[in-house]
Write a protein that binds this ligand. Structure first.
Ligand SMILES: [Zn+2]
Length: 346
């Protein structure tokens, strides 16, 4: 599904490809607006230093205040129905999601978010192995030697980040599976830690991006990768639909790390440029004749790249048949071949 927009108080709000609209999302938007209001007050809390990473403008604040008032009096369930009617998006199936969340962190006081990093991740090697083994098919399919390499990378990636979990139920599966998504796409490459991205923010569900008036399932901005946990799980619960927000956002992050930050002049940049040429050709067609690329991929070349990575891992044979050049360039760029699940990398 492509982006869908609707107008609220004269402002255009965009629902992204992954957006699922239900009451809790609207509650989340309302809460976000309240937090926006709180942002203007002097801060005195443990996590204030992290707030500096996320900018906020006064003009937008007043716009949101107006939107907040409207949302407060517009009876959100009613509004939800209208939005659902406009977008035609159905609600999330929570059944798959619950089975992934087994290991909840012990929490004492309720907070806006919990911060986990190498000091308090509290994950034994056995825990990580169990989580990967249970839920991460890419890892399960690897031969023993590559499983060790994958495990090692997940551990290093996870220990190098600060995870900000915006939920009263922080799960140990969150840092492990999100790190595994990053490690999966870069598994053929020498560098995999995405050092530009210090923060991984995990929202319970889809969230409202104040700056752009978008409701999102994930985004990459400044030094932070943000993901909606319900959508991450949805992505990994079906590995053949070409829809995986974890891989999608990590693809954006990998691009930024390699091309913009590192100014990589090696194979990666070379094949990335070739892939962009493939993309220009596909985007010129305006529509995918192979029932493969969703309209969202046609937004721009960045989205084409991120969606291509999703298809590379989830619809591999289909992509190879329909677009052999794109498949070949992705294979060379990421230095792996998902058609050989036990040994995708050398
Ligand atoms: Zn994207």
């Amino acid at each position: 599904m492509a982006d869908t927009t609707f107008v609220l108080d004269g402002r255009t709000v965009t629902l992204s490809n992954y957006t699922v609209v239900n009451d809790s999302v609207l509650d989340e938007i309302r809460k976000d607006l309240q937090l926006a209001q709180a942002d203007t007050q002097p801060k005195n809390n443990t996590y204030s230093s992290h707030n500096n990473s996320f900018g906020f403008s006064d003009t937008i604040f007043f716009t949101f205040l107006i939107v907040l008032i409207i949302l407060t009096y517009a009876k959100p369930p009613f509004l939800a129905k209208i939005i659902a009617k406009i977008t035609g998006v159905t609600e999330t199936d929570d059944q798959n999601i619950d089975e992934y969340q087994n290991t909840q962190y012990e929490t004492t006081a309720a907070r806006d978010y919990y911060l986990y990093n190498q000091n308090n991740l509290d994950l034994k090697h056995q825990d990580i192995e169990t989580i990967l083994d249970k839920y991460f098919v890419y890892y399960k399919n690897l031969d023993k030697q590559l499983q060790c390499r994958f495990f090692d990378r997940v551990l290093k990636f996870m220990n190098s980040k600060d995870f900000l979990i915006y939920s009263n139920e922080p799960f140990k599966e969150m840092p492990v599976l999100i790190s595994a998504a990053a490690v999966q796409i870069s598994f053929g490459l020498d560098e995999y830690e995405l050092p530009h991205y210090q923060y991984i923010q995990v929202k319970k569900e889809e969230y409202f991006a104040r700056e752009t008036l978008h409701v999102l399932a994930g985004n990459v901005e400044d030094n932070s990768i943000t993901l909606a946990w319900n959508q991450v799980l949805k992505g990994f619960s079906n590995l053949e639909d070409g829809d995986n927000v974890g891989l999608h956002e990590m693809a954006h992050a990998l691009y930024y790390q390699e091309i913009i930050i590192e100014k990589d002049a090696s194979d990666f940049a070379n094949y990335f440029n070739q892939l962009m040429k493939d993309g220009e050709y596909v985007l010129e067609q305006k529509v995918c004749p192979h029932n493969l690329y969703t309209p969202y991929a046609f937004t721009n070349l960045q989205e084409f790249w991120a969606v291509s990575v999703e298809l590379f891992f989830e619809k591999t044979p289909h992509l190879q048949t329909a677009y052999p050049n794109i498949f070949e360039h992705l294979q060379k760029l990421l230095k792996q071949n998902p058609l050989i699940p036990n040994k995708p990398v050398s």
